[in-house]
Design a protein around this ligand. Structure first.
Ligand code: IMP
Ligand code: MG
Length: 175
Protein backbone atom coordinates (compact mmCIF):
# COMPACT_ATOMS: atom_id res chain seq x y z
CA UNK A 1 0.00 0.00 0.00
CA UNK A 2 1.43 3.38 -0.89
CA UNK A 3 1.49 6.21 1.59
CA UNK A 4 3.10 9.54 2.24
CA UNK A 5 4.04 11.48 5.33
CA UNK A 6 2.40 14.83 6.07
CA UNK A 7 4.24 17.14 8.40
CA UNK A 8 2.27 17.72 11.62
CA UNK A 9 4.78 19.41 13.96
CA UNK A 10 7.87 20.92 12.33
CA UNK A 11 11.37 20.70 13.76
CA UNK A 12 11.38 24.19 15.29
CA UNK A 13 8.00 23.65 16.93
CA UNK A 14 9.06 20.28 18.35
CA UNK A 15 12.12 21.82 20.01
CA UNK A 16 10.05 24.72 21.39
CA UNK A 17 7.54 22.27 22.86
CA UNK A 18 10.33 20.28 24.48
CA UNK A 19 11.85 23.45 25.96
CA UNK A 20 8.48 24.33 27.50
CA UNK A 21 8.36 20.92 29.18
CA UNK A 22 11.95 21.34 30.45
CA UNK A 23 11.01 24.73 31.97
CA UNK A 24 8.13 23.11 33.88
CA UNK A 25 10.36 20.30 35.12
CA UNK A 26 13.04 22.80 36.21
CA UNK A 27 10.38 24.65 38.19
CA UNK A 28 8.85 21.56 39.79
CA UNK A 29 12.15 19.95 40.78
CA UNK A 30 14.18 22.99 41.84
CA UNK A 31 17.08 21.80 44.00
CA UNK A 32 16.26 18.11 43.50
CA UNK A 33 18.19 15.38 41.75
CA UNK A 34 16.46 13.66 38.87
CA UNK A 35 16.55 10.24 37.23
CA UNK A 36 15.16 10.28 33.71
CA UNK A 37 13.99 6.80 32.71
CA UNK A 38 13.72 6.56 28.95
CA UNK A 39 11.55 3.97 27.26
CA UNK A 40 13.40 2.55 24.27
CA UNK A 41 13.47 2.98 21.42
CA UNK A 42 11.03 5.80 20.72
CA UNK A 43 11.79 7.91 23.79
CA UNK A 44 15.49 8.39 22.95
CA UNK A 45 15.15 11.39 20.66
CA UNK A 46 12.89 13.19 23.14
CA UNK A 47 15.17 12.32 26.07
CA UNK A 48 18.31 13.71 24.45
CA UNK A 49 16.66 16.99 23.45
CA UNK A 50 14.82 17.39 26.77
CA UNK A 51 17.85 16.66 28.92
CA UNK A 52 19.83 19.48 27.27
CA UNK A 53 17.52 21.99 28.97
CA UNK A 54 17.24 20.38 32.41
CA UNK A 55 19.09 22.53 34.92
CA UNK A 56 18.98 20.17 37.90
CA UNK A 57 21.48 17.36 38.45
CA UNK A 58 20.19 14.40 36.49
CA UNK A 59 21.11 10.90 35.45
CA UNK A 60 19.58 8.67 32.79
CA UNK A 61 18.60 5.04 32.54
CA UNK A 62 16.86 2.98 29.89
CA UNK A 63 14.19 0.35 29.74
CA UNK A 64 12.84 -1.58 26.78
CA UNK A 65 9.36 -3.07 26.84
CA UNK A 66 6.94 -4.68 24.46
CA UNK A 67 3.19 -4.90 24.73
CA UNK A 68 1.63 -8.28 24.18
CA UNK A 69 -1.03 -8.27 21.52
CA UNK A 70 0.04 -4.94 20.11
CA UNK A 71 -1.85 -3.93 17.02
CA UNK A 72 -4.96 -5.80 18.02
CA UNK A 73 -6.41 -6.06 21.50
CA UNK A 74 -3.74 -5.46 24.11
CA UNK A 75 -3.96 -7.55 27.24
CA UNK A 76 -2.32 -4.72 29.15
CA UNK A 77 0.54 -7.04 30.04
CA UNK A 78 3.95 -5.68 29.20
CA UNK A 79 7.07 -7.75 28.68
CA UNK A 80 10.35 -6.28 29.92
CA UNK A 81 12.96 -6.73 27.19
CA UNK A 82 15.61 -4.71 28.99
CA UNK A 83 15.31 -3.63 32.60
CA UNK A 84 16.89 -0.57 34.21
CA UNK A 85 20.59 -0.78 35.10
CA UNK A 86 20.22 1.07 38.40
CA UNK A 87 17.86 0.89 41.35
CA UNK A 88 15.32 3.73 41.53
CA UNK A 89 14.74 3.43 45.27
CA UNK A 90 14.61 6.91 46.79
CA UNK A 91 15.01 8.60 43.39
CA UNK A 92 12.89 11.30 41.80
CA UNK A 93 11.99 9.47 38.62
CA UNK A 94 10.56 10.91 35.43
CA UNK A 95 9.57 8.34 32.83
CA UNK A 96 10.26 9.70 29.34
CA UNK A 97 8.09 8.21 26.60
CA UNK A 98 7.48 9.04 22.95
CA UNK A 99 3.68 8.72 22.97
CA UNK A 100 0.84 7.74 25.28
CA UNK A 101 -1.84 6.11 23.18
CA UNK A 102 -4.17 3.59 24.86
CA UNK A 103 -2.14 3.98 28.05
CA UNK A 104 -1.69 0.21 28.45
CA UNK A 105 2.10 0.22 28.39
CA UNK A 106 2.51 3.11 30.79
CA UNK A 107 -0.16 2.07 33.24
CA UNK A 108 1.51 -1.33 33.65
CA UNK A 109 5.02 0.11 33.74
CA UNK A 110 4.25 2.85 36.26
CA UNK A 111 2.67 0.34 38.65
CA UNK A 112 5.74 -1.85 38.35
CA UNK A 113 8.18 1.00 38.93
CA UNK A 114 6.18 2.34 41.90
CA UNK A 115 6.74 -1.02 43.63
CA UNK A 116 10.48 -0.26 43.58
CA UNK A 117 9.96 2.62 46.02
CA UNK A 118 11.13 5.71 44.20
CA UNK A 119 10.86 8.97 46.18
CA UNK A 120 8.53 10.19 43.42
CA UNK A 121 7.56 9.15 39.91
CA UNK A 122 6.07 11.19 37.09
CA UNK A 123 5.33 10.62 33.45
CA UNK A 124 6.56 12.84 30.65
CA UNK A 125 5.62 12.27 27.02
CA UNK A 126 6.42 14.00 23.77
CA UNK A 127 2.97 13.21 22.34
CA UNK A 128 -0.36 12.44 23.89
CA UNK A 129 -3.31 10.87 22.01
CA UNK A 130 -5.99 11.16 24.73
CA UNK A 131 -8.83 10.14 22.39
CA UNK A 132 -7.43 6.59 22.31
CA UNK A 133 -7.05 6.14 26.06
CA UNK A 134 -8.47 2.96 27.56
CA UNK A 135 -6.37 2.92 30.75
CA UNK A 136 -6.47 5.78 33.19
CA UNK A 137 -2.88 7.07 33.21
CA UNK A 138 -1.86 10.36 34.76
CA UNK A 139 0.35 12.13 32.25
CA UNK A 140 2.26 14.82 34.15
CA UNK A 141 4.13 16.50 31.29
CA UNK A 142 3.05 16.63 27.64
CA UNK A 143 4.83 18.49 24.87
CA UNK A 144 1.99 18.07 22.33
CA UNK A 145 -1.53 16.70 22.37
CA UNK A 146 -2.35 15.23 18.96
CA UNK A 147 -5.44 13.86 17.20
CA UNK A 148 -6.04 10.14 16.62
CA UNK A 149 -3.60 9.75 13.70
CA UNK A 150 -0.69 7.39 13.23
CA UNK A 151 2.44 9.50 13.52
CA UNK A 152 6.14 8.97 12.84
CA UNK A 153 9.36 10.87 13.40
CA UNK A 154 11.24 12.20 16.38
CA UNK A 155 11.61 8.66 17.69
CA UNK A 156 8.30 7.23 16.49
CA UNK A 157 8.39 4.50 13.89
CA UNK A 158 6.36 2.80 11.22
CA UNK A 159 7.75 -0.75 11.03
CA UNK A 160 10.98 0.56 12.62
CA UNK A 161 11.52 3.27 9.99
CA UNK A 162 11.28 7.08 10.18
CA UNK A 163 12.42 7.41 13.80
CA UNK A 164 15.17 9.72 12.53
CA UNK A 165 12.85 12.35 11.01
CA UNK A 166 13.52 15.65 12.82
CA UNK A 167 9.78 16.47 12.75
CA UNK A 168 6.53 14.65 13.58
CA UNK A 169 4.48 13.58 10.57
CA UNK A 170 1.22 11.76 9.94
CA UNK A 171 1.26 8.59 7.81
CA UNK A 172 -1.41 9.13 5.16
CA UNK A 173 -2.38 6.09 3.13
CA UNK A 174 -3.12 6.81 -0.55
CA UNK A 175 -6.10 5.04 -2.07
P1 IMP B 1 0.00 2.49 24.39
O1 IMP B 1 -1.16 2.13 23.50
O2 IMP B 1 -0.26 3.80 25.12
O3 IMP B 1 0.35 1.36 25.30
O4 IMP B 1 1.22 2.75 23.42
C1 IMP B 1 2.08 1.73 23.07
C2 IMP B 1 3.11 2.11 22.06
O5 IMP B 1 2.51 2.12 20.77
C3 IMP B 1 3.77 3.47 22.16
O6 IMP B 1 4.80 3.54 23.11
C4 IMP B 1 4.35 3.60 20.76
O7 IMP B 1 5.56 2.90 20.67
C5 IMP B 1 3.28 2.91 19.92
N1 IMP B 1 2.41 3.90 19.25
C6 IMP B 1 1.20 4.35 19.61
N2 IMP B 1 0.72 5.26 18.75
C7 IMP B 1 1.69 5.39 17.80
C8 IMP B 1 1.80 6.21 16.62
O8 IMP B 1 0.94 7.03 16.25
N3 IMP B 1 2.95 6.06 15.90
C9 IMP B 1 3.95 5.21 16.25
N4 IMP B 1 3.89 4.44 17.35
C10 IMP B 1 2.77 4.53 18.11
MG1 MG C 1 6.99 3.45 22.85
Amino acid sequence: MSYHIEKLIDEKEVVEGIKRVADKINNDYAGKKLRLVCILKGGVFFLTELSKYIKEDMSIDFMSVSSYGSGTVSSGVVKIIKDLDESIEGENVIVVEDIVDTGNTLSYLLDMLKDRHPESIKLCTLLDKPSRRTKDVKVDYVAFTIPDKFVVGYGLDYDQYYRNLPYVGVVEFDD
